[in-house]
Write a protein that binds this ligand. Structure first.
Ligand SMILES: NC(=O)c1ccc[n+]([C@@H]2O[C@H](COP(=O)([O-])OP(=O)(O)OC[C@H]3O[C@@H](n4cnc5c(N)ncnc54)[C@H](OP(=O)(O)O)[C@@H]3O)[C@@H](O)[C@H]2O)c1
Length: 332
């Protein structure tokens, strides 16, 4: 078993400082130490993976490296009693694919604390359509509900709606009974967004207020933001009193320039989402909801490809051009 080789999509920094991607053969002994060896059947692409693929040192410090923060598969070895050979499991986030060899490979080896038994109601492929994107959207809904954001209060805006996290948020909020306004920069994407759960599609300029007003006439009851920057500032300004704005992303900008007025006049709640370190007991609750009551139309959101077909999608996600979730089926 130790000498067994497997395929992995590896990134190497060449002598000119360029980051080059190649599918290579690796040995199981090349993998880091860990409690659980998993034969990866499906992995999924996230924005963070694209940053790791292109040499972003805030995501991945050392190269050569195998990205992939989302993987699902079958346990082949386990030193811990809570996981047995043959168990179907998934791993998302923690350090997987960042500074630990990731899931764009036929095998990963990880600490048992990172592993989740496959939730009833999802198969391995479906769990990766959900992946970190769905977990993040689910954490947003979970936190908003805790703060009293009920569907009866009115519509939720989802920004970056056609992307991976955005698509999952549109689908999940709709399934949980909310009216969803999908904000997008893509001209021809409305039919897709309406199909996955939006009741209205707006251009991203709708949530890009460039006035100096500290507050706008309230237009939405809450928001789920993947964009950051002025989009997040606008979502705060235009939120109805008492509503929640959940922030998870920075594809537009990491800078937030706002005033305190949305908070101290309207009592708006700004909720931060961090899927990487979200506690395991709550993580499992959110996964169970994602597999059940909140499960969106996963088929419409997914594009399935093989490892050697992933390359163009990495470039597209960096340009904000992707639609939905890209799931990689590893050869079996
Ligand atoms: N906090 C967490 O735990 C967590 C977890 C997962 C992801 N994230 C973050 O969430 C964000 C989205 O991730 P993702 O995997 O969904 O990426 P993605 O698939 O590329 O989706 C991002 C979407 O944002 C929109 N967009 C892109 N560039 C934009 C710009 N300059 N201004 C406004 N909108 C823009 C596009 O949608 P439209 O064309 O429809 O507008 C794009 O499809 C990233 O910043 C990622 O790092 C955070």
């Amino acid at each position: 078993m130790c000498d067994k080789t497997f395929k992995a999509l590896r990134v190497t920094e060449d002598e000119t400082g360029k980051f080059v991607r190649n599918i290579v053969e690796r040995k199981l002994t090349d993998l880091p130490d860990g409690d659980v060896l998993i034969r990866v059947h499906f992995a999924a692409l996230n924005y963070k993976d694209a940053l790791s693929f292109t040499g972003n040192k805030r995501v991945t410090r050392n190269y050569p490296h195998t990205p992939g923060i989302d993987g699902a598969g079958i346990v082949e070895e386990s030193s811990q009693p809570n996981f047995k050979v043959g168990d179907k499991v998934l791993v998302t986030s923690y350090d997987l694919g960042m500074n630990t060899d990731g899931a764009f490979a036929e095998y990963i080896r990880v600490p048992a604390e990172w592993v989740i038994p496959l939730p009833a109601g999802l198969n391995l492929k479906e769990s990766m359509i959900v992946g970190t994107a769905g977990l993040t959207a689910g954490i947003g809904l979970y936190k908003m509900k805790m703060m009293g954001q009920i569907p009866e209060l009115g519509p939720i805006v989802v920004s970056g709606a056609s992307g991976g996290v955005g698509s999952m948020a549109v689908g999940i909020f709709k399934k949980a009974g909310y009216q969803v306004i999908a904000s997008t920069g893509k001209d021809s994407i409305a039919p897709y967004l309406l199909r996955i759960g939006a009741s209205e599609v707006v251009d991203r300029e709708f949530v890009n207020d460039d006035s100096s007003r500290p507050l706008m006439k309230p237009k939405w009851a809450g928001a789920f933001d993947t964009v950051g920057g002025n989009t997040l500032a606008t979502l705060l300004k235009g939120c109805k009193p008492g509503g929640c704005v959940a922030s998870c992303g920075l594809v537009g900008s990491p800078i937030l320039s706002t005033t305190v007025f949305p908070f101290i006049i309207n009592g708006v709640n700004l909720l931060g989402l961090d899927s990487t370190n979200f506690p395991m007991n709550e993580r499992q609750q959110v996964w169970d909801k994602l597999a059940g009551m909140w499960r969106p139309d996963l088929k419409s959101i997914a594009t399935i490809c093989k490892l050697h077909e992933l390359d163009p999608y990495i470039d597209q996600i960096l340009k904000g051009e992707l639609k939905g979730r890209i799931v990689v089926e590893l050869e079996t």
